[in-house]
Design a protein around this ligand. Structure first.
Ligand code: GLA
Length: 725
């Protein structure tokens, strides 16, 4: 039993293989958080201290006990209006306008299996892999019910949390803020690791001390965003890749989010993850509920690398679905950087012919094939094949491509509409915009109101009629602007942001149910919606619109803190690179791209015979290494933001095989040799370098390391395959 309840102390203990999470309903029914960290045993409520603290208020039912204050106790789900003045997890507006909810313990239930969330993505597990704890809290005055849901995946060291808020009272209430997870750490000094960035430079890593005051990251863009990713790590100050305690949160949601950390007046640290509260005014009439999207928690006592591997395994095995979640993904060539909007049947067939010669499995016609779409100013919303531009029907095109032995994929952007489109001319009110104001544009396009079923249904029908008439085996779901005007003619403003995201999920769910064999790739101007929510529907996401190999190394490094390599779509593109103008060798571009869901995105016709031969060889190599990339254990060996090289290692789960990849980032005169210490091997075992036959002990590779070649040239890349003897 991973979830235990001790009746006499009303104590809940959630154990995973290596961690413990503990909380208790105290004498007043307040749910107090006691501990989350490496595995411990026993009742930890001795950790709580009580003292009469000035200006920390006391609840009425504490009577004359001035030492009891919610301002100073660690809480499981803090709420505004209870006398806790720290960053809060829940703000509810009551029918009388007051903002207060005081949820106290009523009952709980422990059951086998992992809970699911209606309409929302969530971690799943077999009945014997997980347990669920549901704790019911209720406000005695308003009768608002708060259900805290916990999923415990014992072997995976994963705990999930979600919250369901139900109006069981009489008047209409409004949810103004809602987190799905809160962690209070009674003691310790921590750093917060988060990912920040921008379009074409997503997921840089920031590590800052958690000091007094509230530090927040989040997104107000209606999507999870390029700028901040909804995933963070609270690490003890001394935590490194291999050592130290660290706990992470990954929000399983693709809309606006808010993550807050705060060190309080007594040195306690709070971490919260939930819905973006700005603009959230979610009304609940009596009987109605709101589900706060799930947060995945994990904790490691062995540093950041181990924490990342726990998240990787959870996302790969318990969140990504469909036949491609664990099987080989086709090596594809995408038309975007090869042809941009200038696609037609001839150019696509030419690309497919060249692809076939090189051993590429699939050609993807990205943008420009539908409606009137010769640039990015028109056509979105008209999901009708432009046969005039293509020169034939899509069916004929896919037949011609398939006849070459090449599979076919397509790019779409279903949530968007151009003002210059038939859809917009027919339904101008289907776009999100504020009446009486001119719409805010992004890439000269507007956003369709996906909170409305009739809007989704229309787009769904159009896209199905394309997919039903041709043999399309892959679909790239793109989304190319931020949501600025969260106003819907059909619903209350404060609901739209959330209902929009649930509308996207509803569409995606219908799509994967109808086309279970379709490989979906998520995308939002590259990695603007690279989140665990989207990974429930698409097992891979276009990692960034920046395909420069060197920038990609940093983007992929940041992404690797939470998301498995199998989810990162990465392509070899032309040089000079279209985003940076930088030139790197073909081998370097391959080494950077092959650590993810691999493909090409360039005019294959411009390659020299030598490059073609190299690409044939790359693809053979990728096929060999794909099981490692997709299902292996990933180790960061260096920090490409600081070190002379970017280096990483992927081990097979049984550690019998390892692939080490290195790209040199710096070159200087008379360079000192750089040494690379490998990780995760068996110290006692002997490993053989597949290229040279040279043998090393696992312990030597990990403790003494390997010297990197001293060779002249910029951004040289190396790979080494090691096999256990
Ligand atoms: C976005 C995507 C690109 C490409 C273009 C097409 O920028 O991230 O990969 O699909 O749109 O317009």
């Amino acid at each position: 039993m991973s979830i235990q309840y001790q009746v006499e102390n009303r104590l809940f203990t959630l154990n995973t293989a290596h961690t413990t999470y503990q909380m208790k309903a105290d004498r007043l029914g307040v749910l107090l958080h006691l501990y989350y960290g490496p595995k411990v045993s026993g009742n930890l409520d001795y950790l709580l201290t009580y003292a009469d603290r000035g200006f920390s208020v006391n609840p009425a039912d504490a009577e004359n006990d001035r030492t009891y204050s919610l301002d100073t106790l660690p809480q499981e789900y803090p709420s505004l209006g209870t006398g806790d003045f720290r960053a809060t997890g829940l703000i509810l507006r009551n029918p009388d306008g007051s903002e207060c909810c005081d949820p106290r313990y009523v009952s709980h239930e422990i059951r086998k299996g992992k809970y699911a969330l209606e309409g929302l993505p969530a971690v799943f597990a077999d009945a014997d892999q997980a347990e669920t704890l549901e704790i019911l809290l209720e406000d005695a005055v308003s009768h608002v019910q708060v259900r805290l849901l916990y999923g415990v995946l014992e072997a995976s060291d994963i705990i999930t949390r979600s919250v369901r808020i139900t109006n069981a009272g009489e008047g209409r209430i409004c949810v103004e803020k809602a987190a799905s997870a809160c962690l209070d750490f009674l003691s310790g000094d921590y750093d917060l690791i988060s990912l920040y960035g921008r379009h074409t430079m997503e997921r840089n890593v920031q590590r800052v001390p958690v000091n007094h005051g509230n530090f927040t990251i989040g997104s107000r863009r209606g999507t999870s965003s390029h700028q901040y990713n909804p995933a963070v790590i609270l690490a003890s100050r001394d935590a490194t890749e291999d050592a130290g305690v660290c706990c992470g949160m990954v929000f399983v949601y693709s809309g606006g989010f808010l993550c807050e950390s705060e060190k309080d007046q007594f040195g306690m640290t709070r971490l919260l993850m939930g819905l973006q509260s700005e603009g959230l005014h979610y009304p609940l009439s009596p009987g109605q509920s709101l589900t706060v999207p799930e947060t995945i928690l994990s904790c490691s006592g062995q540093g950041l690398g181990q924490l990342s591997r726990q998240f990787h395994a959870c996302i790969r095995d318990h969140l990504c679905r469909g036949e491609y979640s664990h099987t080989f993904r086709p090596v594809l060539v995408n038309s975007w950087e090869a042809q941009y909007f200038d696609v037609n049947a001839e150019s696509i067939c030419r690309l497919a012919e060249q692809a076939a010669q090189l051993g590429i499995d699939m050609v993807v016609m990205d943008d420009g094939w539908f409606g009137k779409r010769d640039d990015d100013n028109s056509g979105l919303g008209d999901w009708v094949v432009n046969e005039q531009k293509l020169g034939c029907s899509l069916d004929e095109l896919t037949r011609r491509v398939n006849a070459l032995g090449v599979r076919f994929g397509l790019g779409v952007e279903p949530e968007m509409v151009s003002e210059d489109s038939d859809l917009f001319r027919a339904h101008p009110d289907w776009a999100l915009r504020i009446p009486g104001r001119r719409p805010v544009r992004g890439r000269n396009q507007l956003v369709l109101d996906f909170s409305r079923a009739e809007v989704r249904d229309h787009v769904f029908q159009q896209i199905c009629s394309v997919l039903d008439r041709a043999h399309v085996e892959y679909l790239k779901w793109d989304m190319n602007r931020s949501l600025a005007e969260l106003y819907s003619a059909e619903t209350v403003c404060g609901k739209v942001a959330y209902d929009y995201v649930l509308g996207v999920y509803d569409f995606l769910e219908k799509l994967i149910q109808r086309y279970p064999n379709l490989l979906l790739e998520g995308c939002s101007g590259g990695g603007g919606r690279f989140d665990a929510g989207m990974l429930y529907y698409s097992p891979q996401i276009w990692c960034s619109d920046n395909t420069d190999a060197i920038d990609r190394l940093r983007i992929q490094y940041g992404t690797s803190f939470f998301y498995p390599m199998s989810t990162l779509a990465a392509h070899v593109t032309a040089v000079p690179n279209h985003q940076t103008g930088r030139s790197t060798r073909l081998h370097t571009r391959f080494v950077a791209a092959m650590s993810g869901a691999f493909g090409y995105e360039l005019d294959l016709g411009k390659l020299t015979p030598g490059e073609k031969e190299e690409i044939r060889q790359q693809i053979r190599q990728y096929r060999d290494y794909a099981p490692l990339v997709q299902n292996g254990s990933y180790y960061r060996l260096t920090d490409p933001f600081r070190d002379v090289c970017a280096a990483w290692q992927i081990n097979s789960r049984d550690t019998s095989r390892a692939l080490v990849s290195v790209v040199m980032l710096e070159i200087h005169g008379n360079m000192p040799a750089a040494y690379l210490r490998l990780r995760g091997l068996e110290p006692e075992a002997v490993y053989e370098d597949a290229a040279t036959g040279r043998r090393y002990s696992g312990s030597a590779l990990m403790e003494a390391g390997l010297p990197l070649p001293l060779e002249m040239g910029e951004y040289l890349a190396y790979q080494m395959e090691l096999n256990r003897i």
